[in-house]
Design a binder for this molecule. Structure first.
Ligand code: ZN
Length: 452
């Protein structure tokens, strides 16, 4: 926001500048007037705008000092007046934190800091000028713009590292070999928020006998310095002939709605005549009636959580089922039918429930006993951290090019970027022979490794 200082008595710059003469025209004192449309001296009120010529320009979009020159011809007397207009910036820069909440203090003392961005209306990107320091339990960020407006923001320091390493399998998690075709390890990419030397820590186990038909599993495991463990498995299928992969299935899933965007998602799905799955909540009660449209248009409704408040639903098993039952009643009310499919808030592998040790292990067992089928995902759109719809679409498409026969794609209902990414994802799928289906109790299941 650009303002003129209060001590500059200027009503308009252009096209007409209102300047008045106070008291006597013969006096040397020429003053700027303000506040009224016409200017006058005490005895004779007269608009003298047309007697004034102004030269010089003020760019109110750029900070700076601008000089305006007023030439006044009045009753045969000519006077010149200079005025400096100071355009200044009183808007502070904005610091945006991206990625996870908080900064990790790693076991080796180094800090893992998720990305951030600083921007200013006048100066543009100021990210490189941000100063950081530790202040007690906080990591403090400060930045000033060229006009001296300062912004301070802070992130909580988490004194342990709870982020597990990530292993991405080069070549995908399923590989097909023709009998006697040698298995050559395609490799992996491993990364960790804290550990730099994580690469050497990956342990690969399992063998493939390419002389014998069958399904073989290669396991990749790694534990970081703070004992966060990750494992992924590659399936190697040895067959008489190369499997023809056709009609790979994509299950689009949308968590956390219905929301303000649900109808937009439904419109896109309708346009392409595609069925998807909505793992719903009651977080936005106003939109619950949309459940009816979801159901009527042939999509699946799964249970996610009524409240989506981790502290509450994972406090004990009773709370969890109370929450799910309550949600299922809402689903029944709007669709006429109960749901039998479920996705845990935070996913089956969540660590947010760690405050109640073992709860996910118990819940995974109990939901199954109660006849629910629960689904995690094998394609993460990363839409909780990405805000650019093209990047979300590209992230999904990249994973759809893997070697699995089916893909359960995690997206969130309540993110506008997702709505926009959807067309691109669907078009890629349709052009490449994928089939889109809604999840049901008969669908193939993806379960993450349970971490609690
Ligand atoms: Zn969720």
């Amino acid at each position: 926001l650009l303002l003129l200082p209060k001590d500059i008595f200027l009503v308009e710059f252009k096209p007409v500048v209102k300047i008045g003469l106070k008291e006597n025209i013969n006096s040397n004192k020429v003053k700027m007037c303000y506040g009224s449309k016409y200017f006058f001296n005490k005895s004779s009120c007269e608009d003298i705008s047309s007697n004034i010529k102004v030269t010089g320009e003020v760019d109110i979009n750029n900070v700076g000092n601008y000089v305006l020159v007023y030439t006044i011809d009045y009753k045969g007397i000519s006077k010149t007046l200079n005025q400096t207009i100071i355009v200044y910036d009183n808007e502070s820069p904005v610091i945006d934190f991206l990625g996870q909440d908080g900064v990790n203090k790693c076991i080796k003392g180094n800090i893992y800091e998720p990305p951030f961005k600083a921007t200013d209306t006048q100066d543009g990107d100021l990210t490189n000028k941000v100063k950081r320091k530790i202040d007690g339990d906080y990591y403090v960020y400060s930045v000033s713009d060229s006009s001296g407006n300062k912004t301070v923001a802070r992130r909580f320091i988490i004194n342990n590292d709870v982020v597990p390493p990530r292993i991405e399998l080069t070549g995908g998690s399923e590989i097909y070999l023709v009998l006697n075709e040698e298995y050559v390890e395609p490799g992996f990419v491993v990364s960790d928020n804290c550990d730099q030397d994580i690469n050497e820590k990956v342990i690969i186990s399992g063998t493939v006998n390419s002389q014998q038909e069958g399904t073989y599993f290669i396991t990749y495991e790694v534990t970081d310095a703070s004992n966060n463990y990750t494992s992924v498995v590659r399936k190697v299928i040895v067959g008489k002939q190369k499997q023809v992969i056709e009609n790979k299935v994509v299950y689009l899933t949308f968590d956390d709605g219905p929301s303000i965007y649900t109808e937009k998602i439904l419109d896109v799905l309708k346009k392409y005549d595609i069925k998807a799955t909505f793992f719903v909540t009651a977080q936005f009660p106003k939109y619950l009636p949309v459940l009816n449209r979801i159901h009527n248009e042939g999509h699946s409704i799964g249970l996610h959580s009524y409240s989506h408040v981790f502290k509450k639903i994972y406090a004990n098993e009773n709370n969890f089922f109370e929450d799910i039952d309550k949600l299922n009643e809402v689903v029944k009310e709007h669709t006429g039918t109960y749901s039998k499919i479920l996705r845990f808030a935070g996913g089956g592998s969540n660590r947010v429930s760690k405050f109640n040790p073992g709860i996910m292990t118990r819940l995974a067992k109990r939901v199954t006993e109660k006849g629910y089928i629960y689904f995690d995902w094998n394609v993460d759109s990363q839409d909780t951290s990405l805000t650019d719809s093209n990047k979300i679409a590209d992230t999904v498409i990249k994973q759809l090019k893997g070697k699995q026969l089916f893909y359960i794609v995690l997206q969130h209902d309540n993110k506008i970027a997702n709505v926009k990414s959807l067309e691109k994802i669907i078009e890629f799928g349709l052009e490449n022979g994928y089939v889109f289906k809604p999840l049901s109790t008969n669908s193939p299941v993806v379960h993450h490794r349970i971490n609690n």
